[in-house]
Design a protein around this ligand. Structure first.
Ligand SMILES: C[S@@+](CC[C@H](N)C(=O)[O-])C[C@H]1O[C@@H](n2cnc3c(N)ncnc32)[C@H](O)[C@@H]1O
Length: 232
């Protein structure tokens, strides 16, 4: 019955978005997300198009990761850039002060700041704006506002890595969240995220509605898609 309902999108409020969430529990959930991102190779998926752009531009590439959580993805991107001898200037923002406190705990060369990426304009002048596991949190109107903000902030590229809604992915997320963590937040939010997620086709429709024409979406293991939009 529940699985049949996955044909249409149903937004479920995630525990991690609760402003009253206990900071210790919030930090445990962020740590679990780090493990899930490592398993999903999130930074690797984002790195390939960033490297391609860096090779084209032949100068320092400025990257902003919005809704960055504890910042593991931009930190990993910085490490990859260092190993590949690519000059990358990278920043991350999140609405949560607890997340940004976690992100800045370890020195990484990444600049982190608190920012509401849906309701407040993002700083400009970035070459790439990335966003991972956040689009599915939003109503269609807020998703379009986020995409518009990301477009204003980037000179070249938008990359959105998110869960794709499907029955298979719902079951896979349930299993992964019970294998990788005991955090009750992640165990609830993981499957709820797939229930709330857009299909790649729905995400592409949103980008069109935001005026970002010509975006593409590729399926990525596990359970995700990568939506890319390049300014022409
Ligand atoms: C599921 S987490 C994803 C974190 C990280 N991007 C990752 O892939 O692990 C969603 C993040 O979005 C943040 N968030 C929620 N609303 C936001 C907003 N309006 N602007 C910026 N960040 C927001 C939350 O604080 C949370 O850290």
């Amino acid at each position: 019955m529940l699985l049949a309902g996955l044909r249409s999108r149903k937004r479920i409020a995630e525990l991690m978005d609760d402003p009253a969430l206990n900071p210790a529990e919030h930090r445990r959930a962020l740590a679990a997300l780090v493990r899930l991102n490592r398993f999903s190779n999130t930074a690797g998926v984002l790195w390939r198009p960033i490297l391609k752009l860096a090779n084209e531009l032949q100068r320092t590439v400025r990257v902003l990761d919005v809704a960055t959580g504890s910042g593991d993805v931009p930190r990993k991107l910085a490490e990859k850039a260092k190993r590949a001898d690519v000059s990358l200037e990278i920043a991350g923002c999140d609405i949560s002060a607890t997340a940004i406190e976690e992100a800045t705990r370890q020195p990484s060369g990444v600049e982190f700041f608190v920012h509401d990426a849906v309701h407040d304009r993002l700083p400009t002048g970035f070459d790439v704006v990335t966003c991972s596991l956040f689009l599915h949190h939003l109503s269609e109107e807020d998703a379009i506002a986020l995409l518009t903000n990301m477009e204003n902030a980037t000179r070249h590229l938008i990359l959105i890595n998110d869960l794709a809604r499907s029955r298979f992915n719902y079951c896979a997320a349930w299993i992964a969240c019970h294998l990788f963590t005991r955090s009750r937040i992640v165990r609830f939010d993981g499957p709820a995220s797939v229930r709330s997620a857009f299909t790649p086709k729905e995400a592409l429709t949103l980008t069109e509605r935001a005026g970002l024409h010509g975006a593409t979406a590729q399926s990525k293991f596990p359970c995700r898609y990568l939506l890319s939009w390049r300014r022409v």
